[in-house]
Ligand binder design. Sequence first.
Ligand code: AMP
Ligand code: GLY
Length: 414
Amino acid sequence: MKVLVIGAGGREHVLAFKLKQSPLINEIHVIPGNGAMKNIATVHTDIDEANHEKIVDFAKTQNVSWVIIGPEQPLTEGLTDKLQTENIKVFGPNEAAAQIEGSKLFAKQLMEKYDIPTAAYKETNNKTDALAYIDTCEFPIVLKKDGLAAGKGVIIANNIDEAREGIDILYSEENGTVVFEQFLEGEEFSLMTFVNQDYAVPFDCIAQDHKRAFDNDEGPNTGGMGAYCPVPHIDKGMIERTNKEIAQPIAQAMAKEGYSFFGVLYIGAIITKDGPKVIEFNARFGDPEAQVLLTRMESDLMQHILDLEAKQPIQFKWKKDAVVGVMLASKGYPGTYNKGEVVSGFTLDGRYFVSGLNKVDQHYVTSGGRVILALGEGSDISEAKANAYEAVDQIQSNALFYRSDISDKAIKQK
Ligand code: AMP
Ligand code: GLY
């Protein structure tokens, strides 16, 4: 089988790496990919991820069996629909179903209609209404821009002044939708769920991301600064409850409303005193959750996709070992940062997955905010963490920073 992966980051790097191990696949292409994937796939950096016409043309002329879409942008812009029109199979939802990630309001309205547990919310459509609304609020409150924001469009306001500041930021123009949410307290986790319309199969291994830029969950929100799996202090009962109260009902709800979701639904959940609630849905694998989960996955990802297509049981198999991944990011991220800084010292054997590096001549230089994820495996989280930081120490660059407490939530609970 010939497979095409869309995307250029660490998630797509691990997708290509994992798919390469499948006996079902003999050829992997990545559009646009990055230089670090060249030993596992044919990389087409000359084709733009946003050039849907070229991607469809490539898939057709190359007789690609499956296209696997990594990032949210092509999903919400309808790449799946265009490929399906040409009878090409796609893992990743169409434009209508991808709204579950692309529009916070769409997701909230669906959850409200089908009684799926999530924070109470209120939307405003202009700045004047938003400013009037916060006069009536209790704090803290969460402000979210409606639309894709790479994990960076969320503001937690502890008082009315911070809420006003937040409104100023999110309403750079007078009109637009902002969703205000009740602030939920609790521990978060990420549950990837395979979904084919009303058929939903959650992974029986969850991961935990670290969204804030700095140690102790301080600093601004990012796309994710590190992840680990499994999460030993969140038990099977909680995963089962999340499946029953969130995963199954949302798949049923989407199917009932006529949204045809095929792909992976990312459930960002928070454990409140009333049980698990939805913080966000994504229409794709998490990044860096995918890097740790697919490293731990022993079973065949491509086989799982085929079983999902046929609505057959999916039999996951996981390594016994735990996996911890630490993100190295450009100093300044998620704000402004330099590009073109040299990074060296890493290997391309599954211990590192590259998010933002370009190969220029014989060396790699930074091309993005999140740069490279260093992984460690071990018989428990502490050992995996020690191995991950050993991998971090191998990397030579003075343009990067990282958190030093990835996976500590699991270690402290022991
Ligand atoms: P999101 O992009 O919606 O996942 O939000 C990013 C992060 O903001 C989440 O991972 C949470 O840490 C935090 N957050 C979002 N919504 C809420 C909420 N309603 N209550 C508490 N924290 C939240
Ligand atoms: N790591 C969070 C996300 O992929 O959205």
